[in-house]
Ligand binder design. Structure first.
Ligand SMILES: [Zn+2]
Length: 300
């Protein structure tokens, strides 16, 4: 049970002046995010590297249980939960954390005024562009016509970009690459995954993901990503192999670290254990030591 003022919710390391907050469970990051926000003037955004998107609605599980899945009550509960949340008050933040499950912390932080929006670089989901959504709609219309009127399907050419985006209503953008850069295999297979995970923090791969982030930020009217103040948040389950935390070129990762206001790291020991590739010897402790080395190198 977490008590008021319990400092064990995170461990704070100072690496060459860069603050690194280490939490066990990812949703506990709401406390360090609150502390970081208090020190920052102006807008703050979140850049997260995580296997998962962690984009569940704020207090979802708590509201589902308490409202007994009554939709009206579920919606109404959010206002009172948020009115009790103030990122300047540790007590209220800890009360909120006690009502959160994993995956609900980012939306809570956005609704609670810590972040204006977030970008989750992950392995499962990407926010579609306006053009991709239109393409999907045209396909759905064709399917309906085929089923209802027997009109045969026609190929609809895919839009080749550049893509434009809208800020998602929940404020959370997700970015995920189908495979490692340049892979032409169809379908992608286990060998693809090994290479994709190995590239987790390689400069080329991160540059590609960050170009999507920039495109999302600029075309949705949120301004240039390069000028944004951000917290770099890393869930250790983003790393699936020893190779994935040992990039050949760490220039981009280092600059992502250097330009962050502060970092949060989630140990998530169970997820690391479950998601690591077969035969890998990594665990959260080993990954943390190597990540702290990267932070040290980036800030020296
Ligand atoms: Zn592939």
């Amino acid at each position: 049970m977490i008590r008021l003022g319990d400092e064990s919710m995170y461990q704070l390391k100072d690496v060459n002046g860069k603050k690194v907050f280490i939490v066990e469970s990812h949703h506990h990051a709401l406390l360090p995010w609150s502390h970081i926000k208090r020190e920052v003037d102006g807008h703050l955004i979140l850049i997260s590297l995580d296997h998962h998107t962690d984009c569940m609605p704020a207090f979802n599980a708590h509201r589902c249980i308490q409202s007994k899945s009554d939709d009206v009550k579920y919606e109404q509960m959010l206002d009172s939960l948020l009115s009790d949340f103030n990122y300047r008050d540790d007590g209220s933040v800890i009360r909120a954390i006690n009502k959160l499950r994993y995956d609900e912390q980012i939306h809570t932080a956005i609704l609670g005024g810590i972040f204006t929006h977030s970008f989750s670089i992950n392995y499962s989901d990407q926010t579609p562009s306006i053009e991709e959504r239109m393409h999907q709609n045209l396909i759905s219309i064709q399917f309906r016509r085929m089923l209802d009127e027997g009109i045969p399907l026609k190929e609809i050419p895919k839009f080749k970009g550049p893509y434009t985006y809208e800020k998602p209503r929940n404020g959370m953008f997700t970015i995920a690459s189908d495979c490692y850069l340049g892979c032409n295999k169809m379908p992608h297979d286990d060998e693809c995954l090994i290479r994709l995970y190995a590239d987790a923090i390689e400069s080329d791969f991160l540059n590609y993901q960050l170009a999507v982030v920039s495109q999302m930020s600029e075309t949705s009217g949120l301004g240039a990503f390069k000028q944004s103040q951000y917290v770099l948040d890393i869930d250790l389950d983003y790393f699936h192999s020893d190779e994935s935390i040992k990039p050949k070129d760490s220039k981009t990762f280092n600059s992502l670290i250097r330009n962050a206001q502060a970092l949060t790291v989630a140990m998530e020991r169970g997820c690391v254990e479950t998601l690591k590739l077969e035969g890998e010897q990594i665990d959260s402790e080993i990954l943390l030591v190597q990540l702290l080395d990267h932070i040290h190198n980036a800030t020296t």
